[in-house]
Write a protein that binds this ligand. Structure first.
Ligand SMILES: NC(=O)c1ccc[n+]([C@@H]2O[C@H](COP(=O)([O-])OP(=O)(O)OC[C@H]3O[C@@H](n4cnc5c(N)ncnc54)[C@H](OP(=O)(O)O)[C@@H]3O)[C@@H](O)[C@H]2O)c1
Length: 343
């Protein structure tokens, strides 16, 4: 398919299906897409929980699982573009990499091809490889292959670790640092190199790819403009959150065994063995990709961490009251609707 066919007249706003729209990246991206004038439909899986969609942003919702082919067909009706962000790795011990990340992507790519989707964008990891020994990177490598083979024009971003409000990296680390009793273990001395990417720079990459014909059938490795060891990252977070912890080196296998035990009993802890995999080897890419390809200078890491600064007690109390108020309103509304139905 020629690139001209992929980028039709801009007069009719394009319909974009975003999977994973309730996640950290999805929520930020949907906001940007809607403010850029795209029509957005988000796919959410059936669940009794209230979906965490971005507030005050008009989006259509399609409720279906990634294994439900008929549901996917319905979700893709009139869709021009798919941005696939659904993934299970942040669920740690409960992650369903094979079902969600691998088979789910295969199903979605297949149905997207049948439905004549013009562009399929996917968020993968640096070092994704179907032969990787790390489960998440292997799953992403296989998922990428399904997308490339589907025949749908694609753009894949292999991203470094992303940071921003509600992320699974700095927020999780800051939380662990808060819980740590005076000392904090670093896998192998925290020597792994990371290249954190600011969430808004990532969303800018997606918006760029939607408008850029040369992005078709390309895989980009993207990351921030600075590289830090994990130890440096932790030191920056300690300084931002005004805490002191003694950083001690722990051999990775020992830390892994410890995390395995802890995640068995507390599956929702913000660290998992999948997370440790990510920190096992350097996760970097060329520093100049974003300025060179996209014309964007990535944000500096230490300048964007204000969302981690602890709030004074009265602001936390205010926020807690707002959340409780919302929950009470929701329960009241549900009970009221039930009562009306019974009448
Ligand atoms: N964050 C990063 O640093 C980073 C870097 C590179 C690549 N990635 C990839 O980018 C994607 C998004 O990352 P994220 O940080 O936004 O992850 P996240 O916060 O964990 O969000 C994951 C999203 O996937 C959805 N999901 C999970 N299992 C699903 C299923 N079986 N069916 C349908 N939806 C399902 C979740 O829905 P629920 O709300 O229902 O759970 C959620 O909306 C992931 O695939 C991740 O591997 C992330």
């Amino acid at each position: 398919m020629s690139n001209a066919a992929v980028f039709p007249s801009a007069i009719i706003p394009m319909m974009i299906l975003v999977t994973g729209g309730t996640g950290f990246v999805g929520r930020a991206l949907i906001r940007q897409l809607v403010s850029a004038g795209y029509h957005v439909r988000t796919l959410i899986r059936p669940s009794p929980r209230t979906p965490r969609l971005p507030r005050g942003v008009p989006v259509e919702v399609a409720v279906t699982g990634l294994s439900d082919i008929r549901g996917l067909r319905a979700a893709l009706r009139e869709v021009d573009i798919v941005i696939h962000l659904a993934g299970s790795e942040s669920q740690g011990a409960r992650a369903t990499l094979l079902d969600t990340d691998v088979r789910g992507t295969r199903n979605l790519a297949q149905v997207a091809a049948e439905a004549g989707v013009r562009h399929f964008l996917f968020l993968s990891h640096l070092d994704a490889d179907r032969a990787s020994a790390f489960p998440v990177l292997k799953a992403k490598g296989i998922a990428e292959e399904y997308i490339r083979r589907s025949g749908v024009p694609y753009t894949i971003f292999r991203s470094a670790i992303v940071f921003g409000p509600g992320d699974h990296f700095t927020t999780a680390l800051a939380h662990l640092l808060r819980l740590a009793p005076g000392i904090f273990p670093l896998p192998n001395g925290g020597k792994t190199l990371l290249q954190p990417l600011w969430i808004e720079d990532l969303t800018a990459c997606f918006l760029w790819a939607l408008e850029e014909p040369t992005a078709i059938n390309q895989t980009y490795e993207i990351g921030g403009s600075e590289r830090f060891t994990l130890r440096e990252v932790v030191e920056i977070l300690l300084s931002v959150t005004r805490r002191r912890r003694l950083l001690v080196s722990l051999p990775l296998p020992l830390l892994r065994a410890f995390v395995m035990v802890v995640e068995t009993f507390f599956p929702s802890i913000p660290a998992s063995t999948l997370w440790l995999d990510y920190l096992a080897v350097n996760r970097t890419c060329p520093i100049d990709t974003l300025p060179r390809v996209i014309g964007l200078m990535p944000a500096r890491f230490a300048y964007r961490l204000d969302y981690l600064i602890p709030k004074p007690w009265y602001l936390r109390l205010r926020d807690a009251l707002i959340v409780q108020g919302r929950k009470a309103r929701h329960s009241f509304r549900t009970a009221w609707q039930k009562m009306r139905k019974q009448e």
